[in-house]
Design a binder for this molecule. Structure first.
Ligand code: NAD
Length: 328
């Protein structure tokens, strides 16, 4: 039987990778996909070009906060994978309103429509940032949420609203909390594509604070495989951490410099980000034990491939970089 899947935010970085993968040669049989995406600054229809003519794909430009539209779209579907979000911490520090509106309000709008129309599972795609800074051990899924930025607080709100929909109303909701992603088609405001595009143009890169903040990094291919495992075989009401390779921002920048044949004099230390969490660390044993998921792409191979992609796709990122410079 054909599964009719609603993918929100499918024109963004991870959502479009998910859709290209589902509709690609290794994708599941009998899936048709509707992308609902408001095409904010981060949404780019070109991200779906490789599958644009696939008859299994329908694109609906629209806002997840638009309740009548969401109700109408939800009605024709069996399952939801929810990526749509305001996703950049720095922007949330300048103005949190869109984050609360989309990440919390939009998620509730989707959850209500999913409940009305019996659409499940509802996969809520979330982030390790909801746990706050990990001072000692790695976080398990039972760790209390202590988000420190407006972005992570709005994502934590969405997770709690999603889990409440499961407890209160019995909707099959599954939450994934993933580490930092990297890969092709990532909007060049996030660390790896921003630094890569700056270095490829021979510019300096700005490194926050002392550069010793620790993050885990996962190739977007692996994140998408993990989400598919959760959609297909996960349990209702369950949260799944999805970790990656841990390193300091300084170590990561060292790898990027090497990839771009640049030296440390290309790095400018800048004032630290407000409320910058020192360390994220995930215990990902649940998804490995219960769903058999482990990452397949090691960081150095994944980074090299990502840099190759940015080298080969200037026509994708140069207009964005020019637009960002004009707006600055
Ligand atoms: P992105 O910013 O690249 O894409 C977000 C997409 O959502 C865009 O296409 C945008 O147009 C769309 N969107 C925004 N507001 C909308 C609205 N009101 N209605 C409909 N569409 C809207 O983000 P991403 O990096 O691909 O992240 C996708 C999801 O994964 C987010 O929920 C994010 O919190 C989560 N996540 C991201 C990372 C990461 O490293 N990028 C890590 C873990 C989790």
């Amino acid at each position: 039987m054909t599964t009719r899947l609603l993918v929100t935010g499918g024109a963004g970085f991870i959502g479009s990778h998910y859709v290209r993968t589902l509709l690609g040669p290794g994708g599941p049989p009998d899936v048709v996909v509707t992308v609902l995406d408001a095409l904010t600054y981060a949404g780019n229809p070109a991200n779906l070009d490789p599958v644009r003519d696939d008859p299994r794909l329908v694109f609906i430009p629209g806002d997840i906060c638009d309740a009548p539209l969401v109700d109408q779209v939800m009605a024709g579907h069996d399952q939801v994978v929810h990526f749509a979000a305001e996703s950049h911490v720095d922007r949330s520090l300048l103005d949190a309103s869109a984050f609360v509106r989309t990440n919390a309000g939009g998620t509730q709008t989707l959850l209500d429509a999913a409940l009305r129309h019996g659409v499940a599972p509802f996969v809520q795609v979330s982030t390790d940032e909801v746990y706050g800074s990990a001072e000692r051990d790695a976080w398990s899924e039972d760790e209390p949420l202590r988000p420190n930025s407006p972005y992570s607080a709005s994502k934590a709100s969405a997770d709690l609203l999603a889990l409440a929909q499961h407890v209160s109303h019995g909707l099959d909701v599954r939450v994934t909390r993933c580490a930092n992603n990297y890969g092709p088609y990532q909007y060049p405001e996030k660390l790896i594509p921003r630094f890569a595009t700056l270095l490829l143009d021979g510019n300096k890169v700005p490194l926050y604070g002392d550069g010793l903040h620790v993050r885990e990094w996962l190739h977007v291919d692996d994140h998408v495989r993990a989400i598919e495992a959760v959609r297909a075989r996960g349990r209702a009401g369950r949260v799944y951490n999805i970790g990656g390779t841990a390193l300091t921002n300084r170590e990561l920048v060292g790898l990027l410099l090497k990839e771009c044949d640049a030296e440390w004099d290309s790095v400018e230390y800048v004032e630290d980000r407000k409320g910058h969490d020192r360390r994220y660390a995930l215990d990902s044993s649940r998804i490995s034990r219960e769903l058999g998921f482990t990452p397949a792409t090691d960081l150095s191979t994944g980074l090299a491939a990502t840099l190759d992609w940015y080298r080969a796709h200037r026509s994708w990122w140069e207009p964005i970089v020019v637009r960002r410079a004009r707006q600055a």
